[in-house]
Write a protein that binds this ligand. Structure first.
Ligand SMILES: CC/C=C\C/C=C\C[C@@H](O)/C=C/C=C/C=C\[C@@H](O)CCCC(=O)O
Ligand SMILES: [Zn+2]
Length: 691
């Protein structure tokens, strides 16, 4: 059969079957790719995002006739789903896995780029693998080659058209007859100035104003903008890195420091990690000790404040190890980030990143550190295989975090922690997720949705509530914690899906479950129903009753009545204040919500000069609810004071619902969006209805 005829046949076949691939640089490759993906496929898969594209003459050099063959291309995410591993990654962990990556980077602050190479040591799982597929986003590939016994073989490579939320696919064509087993590939490349996983700050944007700063945030799928890699948590690898950077600056990574020379630092991470846990930060940083294997890092101007705020870190670490088992990462450091860091904390191994918005002055927000410490087991050792099962990372982590709180502050505080979480979940369902109920399920479908767009408090709060329900059902912490340790041990260094947890639970309890408690768990209900958790466990209500009562008073009484009410003046804790304000925001109808009432609220609870970002955030939302245009300056100042998405997204969403304020919010956003990380500006654009 002629070349042209074969290709034409494939193109027709592909169209009939709705199988499309952006990387049809060469029709023969497409034929091979299709044939591989068709293996074992039962029914055609249809993807609605079809773009029509004509192949260029250059791409079709093998036959003139092919110029007339129209090719429809879409992302190959459906093909990814064929492997049933990860809908957010092009890589094929069922065919090849990364074992170790060796990074060589030059940090170019002038051009805001990382330049250098990555050498991946792969394990090829089947003979005659035709190509290696890696995830990339905006990276420029300069060269790719196989390294074998000291000699190199260049690799033909090409990058597909990018798809908005998952980036592009890098194909490295392997020589014919590539055998299974170890394979080393070096890729020379550089990142783009718009790498979504990096943020570059000018000296003026830092606290010290003298030196630039750069940091990364790879979760969920931004590692691909920093390294061509298998950017899926289904794959775990160790890494080493050599980083060349300005000699006045300190470089830190999610790894142990091996060697520090002038302007050159080497790192080693011996525990296998998924790509989303790769992290780097470079800036004018200093440290203070927090314990025997723990330091806090920050810019000089806030370092003492940070050391005081996070002084309980060592105790939290010890408490977490009592609950979960030995700590394997050797070091636990904290890095207090610039205010543009988009999350409360990120569990980068050996070096948790935390937002400076935790610096409340009274340690009241340090439970985020307990959360990040808990990730050292739940998430970092036992990892969700893809982000559809993100609750296995976050639900377990909140569950352990509340246990740490319980051991350190008592069971009443532990249960109040859970109840506060439920207040926040209620808010999230009412606002952020109101139009996407499918994202309120515990296990979500990410085949047509980027993880950043699916992110919410559901996996955290619903997931931890589910675990607490199971713990209570099975007989409480005495019975459940030994199971938790056995689950963590069993799946350490591995990646899991929900069925792995379910199987582990049944295996562990099957012999002792005389009363058939396991059968009471309605898995379908918990995993696939929408909205609030279907069952709320019996939490101790002592501390929550106070905030509930205050919310009732402030929502139903007039300002005048409240001014003379003794009950509103009772002393409450910072957590009760936060919960009370959160509950007040959730009240449908707040009576007499005026400037006077808000001023009375501020005076009663001394809110005017609060340093606590959680408190200020809620007061700002009340000002928006009260439509106080004269507070707009303060609201915008708060929105610009940090770009932690937990705070700035709801503020922008609220402002978008207030017709007079929306143009002000949009104008402000346009003026500051370049100072935000891509994940933050991208989601706020959607919140404001600009996308
Ligand atoms: C069901 C959701 C599916 C996937 C989402 C996974 C990742 C999304 C991405 O946007 C990254 C999230 C990173 C989170 C890091 C830390 C959080 O624990 C912070 C929580 C919010 C805060 O406190 O600021
Ligand atoms: Zn977390």
């Amino acid at each position: 059969m002629s070349i042209a005829k074969r290709v034409q046949q494939w193109a027709t076949f592909a169209r009939q079957w709705h199988i499309y691939d952006c990387t049809w640089q060469n029709p023969f490759d497409s034929a091979k790719i299709i044939s591989r993906h068709l293996k074992g496929m039962q029914k055609p898969i249809y993807h609605p995002m079809i773009h029509k594209r004509s192949l260029t003459t250059q791409q079709l050099s093998s036959s003139d006739l092919l110029q007339t063959v129209p090719v429809y291309c879409v992302s190959n995410r459906n093909m990814g789903r064929l492997g049933k591993v990860d809908p957010s990654s092009y890589s094929q962990p069922e065919l090849i896995t990364t074992k170790h990556s060796s990074l060589e980077w030059k940090v170019d602050f002038d051009n805001t780029k990382l330049k250098g190479s990555v050498t991946h040591k792969f394990n090829v799982l089947e003979n005659n693998l035709e190509s290696i597929i890696l995830d990339v986003r905006d990276v420029k590939i300069l060269n790719a080659e196989i390294i074998s016994s000291g000699s190199t073989t260049p690799l033909n490579h090409f990058i597909s058209d990018p798809v908005d939320d998952i980036g592009a696919k890098l194909t490295l064509e392997l020589p014919q007859g590539t055998a299974k087993g170890e394979l080393t590939v070096r890729i020379d490349y550089e990142t783009s100035q718009k790498a979504s996983g990096l943020q570059w700050l000018t000296p003026e944007q830092t606290l010290g104003k003298k030196h630039p700063y750069m940091f990364s945030q790879c979760q969920a799928i931004h590692a691909r903008s920093i390294i061509p890699c298998q950017d899926t948590p289904a794959v775990k690898f160790t890494y080493t890195a050599t980083v060349e950077h300005p000699k006045d600056l300190k470089a830190l990574m999610s790894a142990l420091i091996e060697k520090q020379e002038e302007g050159r630092t080497t790192f080693k991470q011996d525990v296998p990690i998924p790509a989303y846990l790769l992290a780097i930060a470079i800036g004018d940083l200093v440290s203070r000790p927090l314990g025997p294997n723990s330091n806090v890092w920050a810019e000089e101007g806030i370092i003492e404040e940070c050391a005081a705020e996070f002084s309980e870190t060592s105790l939290m670490l010890k408490t977490a190890a009592d609950i979960c088992g030995p700590y394997v990462w050797k070091q636990y450091d904290l890095l207090v980030m610039p205010p543009s860091f988009p999350f409360g904390g990120m569990e980068n191994p050996c070096l948790t990143f935390v937002t400076p918005t935790l610096l409340a002055g009274d340690k009241s927000l340090a439970d985020v550190v307990a959360h990040e410490i808990a990730h050292s087991w739940t998430g970092n050792l036992v990892t969700n295989k893809n982000f559809e099962h993100f609750w296995l990372n976050e639900g377990f982590t909140v569950f352990v975090e509340t246990k740490i709180v319980g051991r350190m502050k008592g069971d009443k505080e532990r249960d109040f922690h859970m109840l506060r979480n439920l207040t926040d979940l209620q808010e999230c369902l009412r606002t952020q997720l109101k139009d996407t109920p499918e994202l309120t399920k515990l296990v979500v479908d990410l085949s047509n949705c980027g993880p950043d767009d699916a992110f919410s408090s559901v996996p955290y709060m619903k997931g931890s509530t589910f675990l607490r329900y199971i713990e209570d059902l099975m007989g409480g912490p005495e019975v459940f914690e030994p199971f938790l340790r056995s689950y963590l041990q069993k799946y350490s260094y591995q990646s899991v899906v929900t069925d792995d947890f379910k199987n582990a639970l049944y295996d562990y309890f099957v012999c002792t479950d005389k009363n058939g408690k396991l059968n009471e768990i309605d898995w379908e209900l918990w995993l696939s129903s929408e909205g609030m958790p279907p069952i709320i466990p019996q939490f101790d209500q002592t501390l929550a009753n106070v905030s509930k009562q205050l919310a009732l008073l402030w929502s139903t009484k007039t300002t005048e009545e409240l001014a003379s009410n003794a009950e509103v003046k009772q002393k409450i804790s910072t957590h009760q204040l936060i919960d009370f304000l959160g509950k007040l925001i959730e009240c449908k109808d707040i009576k007499d919500l005026t400037e006077q009432k808000i001023e009375l609220l501020e005076a009663t609870y001394n809110l005017k000069n609060t340093k606590n970002a959680e408190v200020l955030f809620r007061v700002m939302r009340l000002c928006i609810m009260a439509r106080l245009m004269n507070r707009m300056g303060q609201i915008i100042d708060f929105a610009n004071s940090n770009f932690r998405m937990k705070f700035c997204r709801p503020i922008y969403r609220d402002l978008a619902q207030w017709p007079e304020a929306k143009p002000i919010a949009v104008k402000n956003f346009e003026s500051v969006k370049d100072q935000m990380m891509a994940v933050c500006s991208h989601t706020i654009e959607k919140d404001l209805g600009l996308k």
